[in-house]
Design a protein around this ligand. Sequence first.
Ligand code: BGC
Length: 891
Amino acid sequence: MKSTLLALLFLFTNILLQVDSFAKPIDLRCEYLHNPLGVDVSAPRFTWRLDDVRRGAAQSAYQIWVGIDSMGLLQGKGLAWTSGKILSSQTLVAYAGKPLPAFSKFYWAVAAWGSDGQRSVSTTAHFETGVMYASNWKGAWISDTRDVKIKPAPYFRKTFDTAKKVKSARAYIAVAGLYELSINGQIIGNHRLDPMYTRFDRRTLYVTHDVTTQLQQGKNAIGVLLGNGWYNHQSTAVWYFHEAPWRSRPTFCLDLRITYTDGSVETISSGKDWKTALSPVIFNSIYTAEHYDARLEQTGWNLPEFDDAKWKTVTYRAAPSTNIVSQLMHPIRNVEEIEVKKMSKINDTTYLFDLGRNISGVSSLRVRGEAGTAIRLRHTERLNEQGRADMSNIDVHYRPIDNSDPFQTDIFILKGRGEETFMPRFNYKGFQYVEVSFDHPVNLSASSLKGYFMHTDLPQLGQVNSSNPTLDKIWWATNNAYLSNLFGYPTDCPQREKNGWTGDAHIASETGLYNYDGITVYEKWLADHRDEQQPNGVLPSIIPTSGWGYEWGNGPDWTSTIAIIPWNIYLFYGDAKLLSDCYDNIKRYVDAITAQSTDGLTTWGLGDWVPVKSKAPVELTSSIYYFVDATILAKAAKLLKKPADYQKYSALAQKIQNAINAKYLNAETGMYGNGTQTELSAPLHWGLVPPILRAKVAANLAQRVKADNAHLDVGLLGTKTILNALSDNGYADLAYQIAAQEDFPSWGWWIKNGATTLFENWPIDAKSDISMNHIMFGEIGAWYYKALGGIKPDPAMPGFKNILLHPHFVEGLEAFNVRFKTPQGELVSSWKKTEEGIRYVLTVPPNSSATLRLDVQAGQTVSNKGQVWPSEAKNGFVKNLKSGNYELLIK
Ligand code: BGC
């Protein structure tokens, strides 16, 4: 009996396993999120992957169903749309059914047919539409005052009754500023710094929360605490955010939409019947810090029974913009809790905490002390010679008007009852050290303080490790710097500026996209670009902006974000939506550069920022970006079927290329300009060098690098190109030599000096431009994938439908492993030098293919699992691979 049962179980598991391996669609996402709420787009995008490890696994057809009946979907019950069976390997499909109503939950499922014709159906996923149309908002915009100078953050509350049984409830909250929402005393969600920063007067975001479980039968209370964020910038610095055209006292609009089990719907909204009072958050600045006076706490302020008789009535406000848009992206969170590595007592009133690594985020302090004790927490990235917290590298652009708002310094005043905890709600900082001082004796231990690494919480896609620990540390530090600079928009640094510097961001965008699932943030940030673009096509150098940045730093070397990022998203996701959304903006932008250029050349730009020593001519680097933009525009025109534009901008790209080469290229010697690293590598990397001269220019570059002792001599723009230009043109060993250096100037030099993030300047003792958490030199993070792992998207089949694979088994490195989750599934590219030869393990994800190229020496063979593979090309080793696992030996 027992054995029959076991046999049956075995059979059953086998059937299950078998069914599972048949092209089952998994990882169903809508708008690149799992089961999102608040979907407001008219044609939501659906994506999935195939769970199929068989060699050659591919999707031959799919069908998608979207409807309101989770059980009857496939039978066509309650259907909003079905695609019908479509013969296609595509796993990205936009909704094409009848218009979706607001506030509605939809279920969806996909069937995929494998290459063998077997059908396999996904489990059911869902999404929910949001407010959809401005006219659906019922709430009013409210606040406590108009006075931008008032410092304490305002509380708002309202009570209401639910007589019937609640089936589901959603809170839709649109805010100019920041908020913390609570229901019956419970803070809703684990997001931080919501909503994301936008140009509030052009686009204001709302967030959707599922609050079903927080509601109770009978009396309920909603509480809202509003923070200033970038909306009411009270601190003063050189970028004039305190004079932003949108600036005002924070305001919000809320609809709490309750569906009862009897099907009826009730909406509790923000309005005149809300009450307001000032909170214990006595000051908050996104830029500097937060001050909290626990003596002002009003226990139970967000509970139903709280007596709010002394609270004021609210005031109506105009909506900050007429464009209220759902925030559909991965939120900012306290992603990592970091223990203190070391604590030292400096004197009776001062302690120093060291997290052991540099982060963006906040600290949280747990403490007991007398009422009225004022505790100051100064957050810095470094220490001075006396071992005290040193701000001097990061407060340089801050222009305080008095000493009430010290930089990166939280102030916490104790109420004097038991253990008290403080963590800022509406601010973050860049720091490793926290110097805590107080005016009454307080006892602290290392566990009194914790650090929280905060950033946009993106799923990680890529993982790298190698036989070189420094290389691995650089990769980790690069990711730390990337994430430290991601708060719903990419920033330059989390301390000194928190500005959306365009140049830094496009340089780092590939690093971001190989390592993280960044599409939602980039789509949002490019919408910020569209909001900021002037009618004449010009963009500001920082986005969003208060108006600063139209006069300085906004040449094509920085603001080409408008073209480069949508193009990278297209390459990495195979999704042309962002490119299409930005098409007119790219065009206006390219036309704006044309208006500022002479005969195909432009000098508009900053050039190779923060160089080691040599600086390429600005005209060369800016004109190259002009060329890059015109080229992307021409390709986009072709893709989006705009033949006239395609012709016009292809011709423009050609004109720019000719102009650059006529002025800077010596066709005889294969030299650009003075032949510095950036002057040679930028034309190579961006495709300006005539094919016939590529080898010569590359050889010149290699020679230059050798003369520079295989060390960097570039600035921001050159870091993008130097490693790639070498490894793409036959000098991967030399590129690796640069990447693996451990003395000045190099990434490894920072690591050797204790860096856990990337710096803004190459010398560690530089006197200016010395933030210790900048992502701008972060291209190396992408280069690992491109050159060592050898993974590149194929522009002809984007989204890694076909993968261009060309790993370099560089001299000096024994092993390199990369795992990268493409939209189709996980790609593994992993090699190791052994006595028999190079072992190369490769997984091509299901439903994709790869074009493998290997640098094989004369006399060497390539075999897979013991079987010798002939090359499919005349020159070098090339093989087209189907999905599946390969174990190659190259000897
Ligand atoms: C920022 C940079 C930025 C640069 C522009 C700096 O202050 O921190 O990263 O790109 O200005 O010149």
